[in-house]
Design a protein around this ligand. Sequence first.
Ligand code: MG
Length: 162
Amino acid sequence: MLRIGEGFDRHRLEAGRRLVLGLVEIPHTHGLVGHSDGDALTHSLCDALLGACALGDLGALFSDTDPANAGRDSGDFLAEVMRRVRDAGYELVNADCTVIAEAPRLAPHRDAMRERLAVRAGVDVDRLSVKATRGEGLGPEGEGLSIAVRSVVLVRKMEEGE
Ligand code: MG
């Protein structure tokens, strides 16, 4: 049985912060504001996975008011989400993530992001796609105020004993 999930996340950009996207630190003048490391790509992917399996959302799993999650590596979130996905009897078929960011250019970092996400998710890298698009000057992403990410995933319910 196949199920689909969708995830969306948006974080504000602030000067002088480190930029972490898809578990990769990317050199830039601005970084994402968040209680954790602000990794909107990983958060969006986590929410899509949870959505596909009807397991709630990332905010319910990892509260943004819990001091234990302050500055936390979002790879920890992804590993825990995948553990729950597998416990519920599902495997990730594939995920497709679209990052909307005016800057910096993300293409040079795309494969590094895919590889790190695949390691923390415990899946083959060919199951994970990361794409980037610019906001063309429109909306908060286009104006360079934020970065947003949309993710779609497909999961498959595993057979008994598989
Ligand atoms: Mg987030």
